[in-house]
Design a protein around this ligand. Structure first.
Ligand code: FES
Length: 69
């Protein structure tokens, strides 16, 4: 599924980028801006930001549940 139609970012790319950012030493905060930077892209309209934030939050919730918290 494409989450950003301006720069053609898929949900798979987003999740891979979010995982990589989360695991970077000294980083760990996944934001839409961090995802765009990681992928070497620049947002244009910003319409996708709520969907990107939703997916990032869903991943964090899944991680939290997986860690037993
Ligand atoms: S849809 Fe992502 S910047 Fe426009």
């Amino acid at each position: 599924m494409i989450v950003c139609s301006c720069t053609v970012i898929t949900d798979k790319e987003l999740k891979q980028a979010a995982e990589a950012i989360k695991n970077e030493p000294g980083q760990g905060i996944v934001t839409p801006g961090a995802v765009f930077r990681y992928l070497g892209k620049r947002p244009k309209c910003g319409t996708c930001f709520p969907m990107i934030v939703h997916i990032i939050h869903a991943m964090a919730e899944k991680d939290r549940r997986g860690s037993g918290q």
